[in-house]
Design a binder for this molecule. Structure first.
Ligand SMILES: [Zn+2]
Length: 300
């Protein structure tokens, strides 16, 4: 009899144990962070400013690499299949990543460029994907698309996400105005950006620069003698005081042009990825660095 009581008591304890473990699990699920995957480090930073600490955000294309020719590795596929939300740029920037995503998940994908009128690639009807280099496009399109997608994924924290997005929007508008003021230091005749990939069309259109690249898109990268000769001619004819190189592109092409024309490479520009330095590890800092580099090189 006593034995039976002890047994019953034991079973009761066991049930309480199971029950409380069940509760704990539920609790953990509730506090688990949103899992968000972005294609680029730039999109990851923009998203972080909206999601705050409610999300774990991972980007796929490593710092220093180009999204245009990036093929996901096995650990990326794991991140993609675990994601609650996937954030991409769109307009053909992430072809390798898109192929991988289509094969392994039907998770919601949001595109930052949604709603923007594209500038086509030269000699093509395809859009140039680098719309994030116009800060007002990030403020008015990328932020709202990403905000809406995050709210849809986690409606309980809508107010927090809206507050974060509003604050970030204000910072971006301030940055946009700052760039417009800074570039006034550059004489009109020097307002041309020459670089390997002609990725600064949106920046140029927003802030008043002509842009030229050896090639149009990194995935079409060639650097043929004809392409290099064309840029050398432009640099010589327009008497441009400085040319530029990207952090994500092999410098030897711009070095050939600089050696031939004796025009210096005035600095490295962040176009397709953030940097690892204190001055380049967020989108806002990267855009400030780029603008300072253009101003320093071309205000002569
Ligand atoms: Zn690019």
């Amino acid at each position: 009899m006593v034995k039976q009581k002890i047994l019953k008591f034991g079973i009761l304890l066991l049930l309480i144990g199971v029950f409380s473990v069940g509760c704990n699990n539920e609790e953990t699920l509730k506090t688990e962070k949103l899992q968000i995957v972005t294609s680029t480090s730039i999109l990851s930073d923009i998203t972080k400013n909206i999601a705050g600490d409610n999300a774990d955000i991972a980007y796929l294309v490593p710092i220093g690499d180009n999204p245009e020719d990036y093929e996901p590795i096995p650990s990326d596929l794991k991140k993609i299949s675990n994601a609650d939300l996937i954030i991409m740029n769109g307009w053909g920037l992430e072809e390798g990543i898109t192929r991988a995503i289509n094969n392994i998940t039907d998770t919601n994908i949001v595109y930052g460029t949604k709603g923007i009128t594209p500038i086509p690639l030269a000699g093509s009807s395809e859009p140039d994907p680098h719309a994030w280099l116009n800060v007002s496009y990030v403020a008015n399109f990328y932020v709202s698309s990403i905000l809406n997608a995050i709210i849809k994924t986690d409606p309980n924290n809508e107010e927090k996400y809206r507050d974060n997005a509003k604050k970030y929007f204000d910072d971006l508008i301030e940055l946009d105005n700052w760039i417009k003021e800074e570039i006034k230091k550059i004489p009109n005749k020097n307002r041309i950006i020459i670089i390997s990939e002609n990725a600064l069309k949106y920046y140029g259109k927003a802030y008043g620069f002509k842009t030229e690249g050896i090639w149009e898109l990194n995935s079409h990268e060639e650097g043929t003698p004809q392409q290099i000769a064309r840029i050398i001619d432009i640099v010589k004819n327009k008497k441009i005081p400085a040319i530029f190189a990207e952090t994500t592109v092999d410098k030897r092409y711009m070095n050939i042009i600089s050696d031939d024309t004796k025009v210096p490479i005035a600095g490295e520009i962040y176009t397709d990825a953030l940097g690892l330095y204190e001055f380049s590890n967020t989108y806002i800092k990267m855009m400030k660095h780029n603008t300072n580099t253009f101003v320093n090189g071309l205000s002569k």
